[in-house]
Structures are given as C-alpha cells and as structure tokens.
Design a protein around this ligand. Structure first.
Ligand SMILES: NC(=O)CC[C@H](N)C(=O)O
Length: 200
C-alpha cells in the first residue's frame, strides 16, 4: 500500500497534536506552510485555533487561493473547530472582513456555545463510529444551517438553545466543532484517513 500524505495547515493552532494523530492513524503527516508543501499532500487538516488568525495568515502566506483551488479539485479536508469555520461557506459572528476557504454549504456560528459553557466535554454519537466519541469543545462553533448536500454526522442538544450539528460532511470535506486531536481517541482521524484512502 503506498503512503498516504496528509498535511496539517501549520499557520496557527493545534498542529502537533493533529500530526501525531494522523501518524498514529496510518498516514504520513507533514506540516503545510507553503504552496509547495500543499502541492505534495493528498489531503489536509485545518486545525483548531483562531479562525480570524488562520484566515489572515493564509492570505499573508499566499495559501488561501491555492487551498481553495485544491478544495475545488476535490482534495479531502478535515476541519476542526476553527478549521470547521474555515470550511464554511458562510459565518455568523465573524469579525469585519473575515474570510474562509469555504467548500461546505453551511452557515456556522462562531463561539456558539455562549460564555457560561463555551468550553465543555461530552460523549457524542457520531454516525459511522462504533460507540460514543469523547469530544472536547473549546469556544467552538456550531452549524446554524446547511444545504441539502451536507450530511449531519453528529448533533449536540443544548436544550432551550436547540439541537445543532457539530460534525458534518459534504463530499470529501469533513468538519467538526470540537478538538478530536486532544486525548487518545483516533477514530475520527482514522475515519478521515480511510475516506482519503478509499477515494470516496
Ligand atoms: N478552539 C477553537 O478553534 C476556537 C475557535 C475560535 N473561537 C474561532 O472563532 O476561531
């Protein structure tokens, strides 16, 4: 089996943790900071961190358009937390002028879980995974609305605040509101690596 090269966008955020998770899931993982590095990978992870910073740096490093082009060509991408925001076609609660790579027909709400509970952990049922996934949310977004081509793989029930998608997939783009790179559960990374390997 030939090696699968998965990059982690290394402008800001949880880069090292994703590299480790990907390696432990059977991929060869490298950080991506330059266009040449982007060209050498089969798939990309956009980590959690701060979406406004990732947006600004991606433009400063001339990576924004190349990432958008690769997404348009079908490169698989896993976006987590701020990375989910970067994959959204639309944002609520962004700062003035904030841009995304886009690709998933959804509107995400930044810092959606509110001040009291902006960081919390829960056990999530995720479609396709065997048993609940322990999910760490750190000022994460949720999906306010999404188009018909978006598959919702997990939701969180916030009681009076409603039920909101927190893991979604559209084609070869997967986005999660939380931080699957924290802890020791590799199943979301493995699902992504398997998806990239199988080419569907
Ligand atoms: N942990 C995270 O990635 C937080 C995301 C952050 N609130 C943002 O808007 O980018």
């Amino acid at each position: 089996m030939s090696a699968l090269h998965v990059g982690v966008l290394a402008l800001q955020g949880d880069v090292r943790e994703h590299l480790r998770m990907l390696e432990e899931s059977g991929a060869e993982a490298t950080s991506v900071r330059r266009v040449g590095e982007l060209e050498s990978v089969d798939a990309l992870v956009v980590p959690g961190g701060e979406s406004t910073t990732i947006d600004k740096l991606s433009r400063a490093f001339d990576l924004r358009d190349p990432v958008r082009d690769r997404i348009a060509e079908g490169m698989p991408v896993l976006g987590t937390c701020a990375g989910m925001i970067m994959l959204a076609d639309r944002i609520v609660g962004g700062i003035e002028g904030q841009q995304t790579f886009g690709g998933i027909d959804m509107t995400v709400r930044r810092n959606a879980f509110g001040r009291q509970v902006d960081s919390f952990e829960t056990d999530l049922e995720v479609a396709g995974l065997d048993g609940p996934l322990h999910a760490v949310f750190i000022r994460g977004p949720w999906v306010d609305s999404c188009g018909p081509d978006v598959e919702v793989l997990a939701t969180v029930d916030r009681g009076a605040d409603g039920v909101h998608p927190v893991v979604v997939r559209q084609g070869r783009l997967v986005a999660a509101s939380f931080h699957p790179e924290l802890g020791s559960d590799h199943r979301l990374h493995r699902m992504f690596v398997d998806m990239v390997r199988s080419g569907v």
